[in-house]
Each structure stands twice: as C-alpha cells, then as structure tokens.
Design a protein around this ligand. Structure first.
Ligand code: SF4
Length: 684
C-alpha cells in the first residue's frame, strides 16, 4: 500500500504540474499538516510553499456548502435534487431550442482524469456535441499541437529524472524557481553541480542569476530567437547528420529559411546580442546531453504553436531526442496540476481520449463500441469560440467546471458579457468566484484534498489522488455531480467509481490500457503510453520511431511573424503576465490561507527608468491601461525587466489584470497571447 500511516493519506498536489506526492496528516477529519512524501516519485521528499502550506482554504468560511439557483435575480440555496433538476431541464431546453451544439462545457485541470473523462463522455454521448474544452486552451494547447506535429505525441519526450544526466539546460519562457519550485530546485542543483545553463526569458527570473547565459528576447520574438540558434547549429556543423538523414524530415526547407536568420538579424528582431545567440547555440550544440525545458513564455503567444515547433527543431537538429542517448529532448512545464491529464482524457473539442481525432471514423468507432452511443463527427467549439457563440445567442447553455473564466481568461469584460448573454450558466466551484457570480446555478464541489482519482503530471506520469478529508456541508465531487445530471436526463454514464472510469478510458484509448487505480496503488507513478497491465509505461518516447504518420521527426520552417500588439505612442510599454511563488492562478485557494501573509497584493514590476519616466514610486499604487481594460496594482521598481517592459501576475482578480489582456490568440490553437499586451501606466 502507498499509505504510510493510518492518519496520513498519500495524494498528489493539486497546484502545479510537477505532481509532488504529499502525505496529508489528518486529525478529526481536518488537515493538520501536509508533508512532502519522502519517496515521492517526482519530488523525492520536497515540496513548495503552495503544496505544503496552502490548505487553509478547505475550512474557509467562504466555501460553498449548498447548491445555489438564481431566483428573482439572486443566487438562492436549494436542495441538490432541485439544483440537478434545474440543470437537467435547462440542458434539455437548450438542446430542444438550439440542437446539441447549443450546449458546451469547460472542463478543468483542477478536476481529476476520471472527472474529465466523464465530462467529455457526458457531452458527446448524452448531449450529442463535441463542445467540450479545458483550460489547456489557455496555456499549453500549443504544446499539444506543436509536439504532436513535430514528434507525434502531445507530451514531453523524456522523463524528468533524466535531468540528472543532462549536461546543458536551455530553459525558455519559464520561471521554475517560483512557478514549479521543485523542478526549479533540481535544475539549480544541476547548474551548481556543473551543468551548463542557458535561460531565455525577458525577465531576470530566479534561474537566470545562475545561468551561463541569460538571453532576454523582446516579448513576442521567440521564433526568431530559435531560428537564430538553429542557424548557428547548422552553420557550425553542430548537428547530427545521421539522425537527420535517418529519422527526421524538413531539413532542406528549414536550411533555406534559416539563411534569413543569421545572428545579426536575429539580434535586430529580438534585442539579444548576436554574440550571445552564437554562444548559446554553441553551448547547446556542443553538449553531450542537452535538454530543452520550456513554459508558457513559449506557448501564450500569437504564434505559440510555431514557437513550440521551432524550439523543437533544436533537439531534432542535434539528434537529442528519440532515445538516442544524446540528450533529454524537450519538456513543457505544465502549469496546472492536471492540465496534461485533462487533455489526455479527451476534454477537447477535436480529440477523443488518447488524442484520437473525432473526425477519424476508426477512432469514433472504438469509442462508440465502448460507450454504446454514437459520437458526433464534427469538432466542437474551443473556449474563445464558446464565448463568441454565447454573445451571438448560438450557445444556450454553458457548464463551467472548476475554472474561474472571468478572472483568468483574457479580455475578461468580454467573457462576462458572454456569460450574461447565455440563458443557462452552470458553475461547479469551491467559492463564489467571479464566474460563479454570473451563473444561474452554482454547484458546491470537492477540492483535490477531498476526492479520489488520478492526475497526470508534466512528464506524463499518472499518480493517485486520494481524499484526505470530507468536503464541507453538502459539497459533492464533480464526478458525482456529472453522474447525477446524466441520470436526471435519463442516461447512465456507466462508471460507478473513478476506478471504473479510468479502466473504461483504457478500453476507449489504447495508450492508457495498462493503467488502473490498483496498479497505481502498487507502483506509485506510471507514465503513458502504457498499453498493457503487464508492460511498463514509456517514460522515454520514440526509442523505436516517432509517432508521426511517416515515423520521422518533423522540422518546422515557420517564419517569424510579429506579435499581435506592439508598443506605440499611446501604449508605449509591453506587459508580460505570469505567476509568483506563493499563489496559484486566480488565487482562489492560495489567497484563503497563510500564503496571503506571504504575498498580499498584486505587484507591477518595472524598470527604474520607466518608473522615473512615468512618475511612479516603488511601493506606490499604479494604474495600468491597455486598449481592453484597466488594472490597479502596486509598483515594484527594480532591474528584473528591461526598460519598456512590465510584469504582473493575475492572482488577485479584484485588481483586474485580465481585463488588460487581449483576445489575440494563436492561429492554430486559439491560445491567448497573455505574454504581449501594449499598456501605459500612471500613478494612481
Ligand atoms: Fe510540488 Fe508544484 Fe505542488 Fe509545489 S505546487 S508542492 S512544486 S506540485
């Protein structure tokens, strides 16, 4: 058993995508402490300030404890039977009036794999639509699309434990010291132990202080930087010709394109000195076992998928991917705890569980055989398209499960307009979030410390999630709620328990066929693909061949294109958004506990030159305006950003950071361009 002690419950952290195993100490059905599991497969006895200390929200007086239905304009407590009845009747009415595609659901990385599996099954088989999406749309959808196009599968290529043998790290658009601290600490250990470290990020993030090279590209210019690095690799013969001949494709087209990206031109576009581009390429190209690790600074751009693909060119050129023993490949640092799993489970409008296309008759036939119901063949709406459809009265019911879209989606005023235009909005939540305030029905649900299932971390490992305490009042798990709504609509989703759901998912998606709760209870963590109960999961991908149709890795020759917004006379600064160490995303959990004492207000980081230019003092209130909205923050003046760039997080929704961000989005995946917004500022 994984249970080390009768009053301790082994579970997996519900904050970031590292997937730390935690031992929750329970006294009288209350969490007394959360300890990092000494034998945690990923964390090995470590945890950060979020996983370890941020559980006070469980007993917050603000927890929702009973269902609420809007009556005469006010959210009013009702019984579960009444609330479920209102949801079922509302969904039925939406289908009658607008057809199945008038209904949509937004699922979540906060939900378990089994809950995500059930949500998409409910939409596809009970409602009859593919209108289901999850929050990866807002963060790592370009990773799924880009890595699939380059290599064939929507995940990182190698196990994180291989960082122990990597000798050079290229860390791009990520701040793991704050956002993924256990990963940040292991990378730091490797760098202090002698591995080369190149950090590419506009900010002087924590790792940059220990880097051999810190490249600071202007926000929105990643593709040019990656092409500059590739240019040097080819020009200086730092590639693997045998690998490129035998296992890759697209070299000629890329080589032609790269004649336009010598380091001198790349310097003009990105602001990174040409000699630093060359030096970084040489460090990466001459390493025995180089590793690429990246974050949302690569994906959350107008050309985010091109960013992922052109970054993936580097390990392909170097022959450092595909089990060659010459490197770690490439790994996306997933943001939320289960953003990988939510997509793995098929909570996506175009993909069934296991990333099988809804347009593929064979994939649909397999799912239909397991589910006993037809699967619609047309891809559904993505999250931004759902909001557009609601504003245009095409969407008549939206079910939001564990996402505070009014706080975390870009151009948030437009999101609120969409919710207000939709006849039925149902929200599953822990608290009366910004989004819940716009809902017609609010359903109180369990948090990650109150439910059972599994999560998938950033290096594709399934791990168990176990209930340490009971949810408060009448709150239920998302799993139970989805089952109840299906039953009220006369359907039986068939999975009685989360364990049943994972087993059924394995029948629908062969890459998960070897996974079960019982196996995870025995083994702790198992990576996918895992096709059989008696075979190990594939921690290193592509040892035989790549999973693309032709079995080869595909180089990308996408050209650099400018971001959606550039600074101008009216909005002369570029805003980058991200996260800070003590809080998580909208902060709904981390703000309701001790972590608030660590970090109590939203800060705007800016350079002393800009502070002087705009008359802003360190520690004083500052108003930030964009073409889309306004936010009020506290100025923090320092050298972490170049002049002309500012940074803030969105952990405090009242401050309105995501009213600033735009609807510009990646053309391939609709992932928003959170990392580049033109703004101006003034003292408040
Ligand atoms: Fe680990 Fe991330 Fe949780 Fe921190 S937030 S304990 S690094 S999983």
């Amino acid at each position: 058993s994984r249970q080390p002690d009768p009053d301790r419950v082994r579970t997996t952290c519900g904050y970031c995508g590292v997937g730390c195993a935690l031992d929750v100490v329970v006294r009288d059905d209350r969490v007394a402490a959360v300890l990092p599991a000494p034998d945690g497969p990923v964390n090995r006895g470590h945890a950060c300030v979020k996983g370890r200390f941020s559980y006070g929200y469980l007993t917050s007086a603000e927890r929702l404890t009973e269902p609420l239905v809007r009556r005469n304009g006010a959210l009013t407590p009702v019984s579960w039977d009444e609330a479920i009845g209102v949801v079922a009747d509302g969904l039925r009415a939406a289908v009658e009036q607008g057809g199945p595609d008038a209904v949509a659901a937004i699922s979540s990385a906060r939900a378990t794999n089994e809950e995500n599996y059930l949500v998409q099954k409910f939409l596809r088989t009970v409602i009859g639509t593919n209108n289901v999406d999850n929050c990866s749309r807002l963060c790592h959808a370009p990773s799924a699309a880009g890595l699939t196009a380059s290599f064939g599968r929507a995940g990182g290529t190698d196990p994180f434990d291989d960082v122990e043998t990597a000798d050079c790290f290229l860390v791009v658009g990520a701040n793991p010291v704050e956002a993924h601290p256990v990963v940040g600490a292991r990378l730091l250990q490797r760098a202090l132990g002698g591995a080369a470290l190149i950090v590419a990020d506009p900010r002087a993030v924590g790792l940059a202080r220990h880097a051999d090279l810190h490249l600071r590209p202007r926000p929105g210019t990643n593709v040019a930087l990656f092409h500059g690095l590739a240019h040097v690799l080819i020009a200086e013969g730092l590639t693997d010709p045998d690998f490129l001949r035998d296992r890759a494709t697209g070299l000629d087209e890329l080589t032609t394109l790269l004649t336009d990206y010598p380091p001198t031109r790349v310097a003009e576009i990105t602001g990174v000195p040409a000699e630093d581009v060359t030096a970084a390429a040489r460090l990466y190209g001459r390493a025995e076992r180089p590793a690429v690790i990246y974050g949302l600074g690569v994906t959350e751009h107008l050309h985010g998928t091109d960013g992922v693909r052109t970054l993936a060119n580097l390990p392909i050129l170097r022959g450092a991917v595909g089990g060659t023993g010459h490197g770690f490949g490439i790994s996306p640092l997933r943001g939320q705890n289960n953003v990988q799993g939510a997509s793995d489970m098929g909570a996506l409008p175009d993909l069934l569980p296991g990333y099988r296309r809804v347009t593929d008759p064979e994939a649909r036939a397999r799912a239909e055989a397991v589910w006993g119901r037809p699967v619609p063949p047309t891809p559904g709406l993505r999250i931004p398209e759902m909001f557009t459809a609601a504003r245009e009265s095409r969407l008549r019911a939206l079910w939001v499960i564990g996402e505070d879209v009014c706080a975390t989606d870009p151009d948030s005023r437009r999101v609120a307009e969409a919710l207000d235009a939709c006849p039925l909005v149902v929200v599953n939540e822990l608290f009366l979030s910004e989004t819940a305030r716009h809902a017609d029905v609010v359903l109180p649900v369990a948090s990650w410390l109150e439910k059972d299932g599994t999560f998938v971390n950033f290096d594709r490992r399934f791990q168990r999630v176990r209930a340490a305490v009971r949810p408060p009042g009448m709150a239920r798990t998302d799993f139970d709620v989805i089952q109840a709504v299906a039953a009220a609509m006369g359907s039986d989703l068939g999975c009685r328990t989360p364990a049943d759901a994972l087993s059924e998912c394995g029948r629908a998606a062969p890459v998960f066929a070897g996974l079960s709760h019982a196996r995870l209870d025995r083994e702790g963590a198992v990576p996918w693909p895992c096709s059989s109960p008696d075979r190990a999961g594939e921690a290193t991908l592509y040892a035989e061949e790549f999973a693309t149709p032709d079995g080869r890795a595909h180089l990308s020759a996408a050209p650099y294109l400018p971001p959606g917004e550039e600074p101008d006379a009216d909005y002369p600064l570029l805003l980058v958004t991200g996260r800070r160490w003590a809080h998580y995303n909208s902060g709904s959990m981390t703000r309701r506990g001790g972590n608030l004492l660590l970090d109590a207000r939203g800060l705007l980081d800016l350079h002393p030159e800009d502070a002087a230019r705009y008359g802003v003092r360190d520690g004083a209130p500052v108003t930030v305006d964009s073409r889309h909205g306004q936010a009020r923050l506290i100025a923090r003046v320092g050298p972490d950003l170049a002049p002309g760039q500012v940074f803030c997080a969105f952990h405090f929704p009242d401050e309105g950071v995501n009213s600033l961000t735009s609807e510009h989005a990646d053309a391939v995946t609709s992932c928003p361009e959170y990392k580049v917004t033109a703004v101006r500022l003034r003292p408040t």
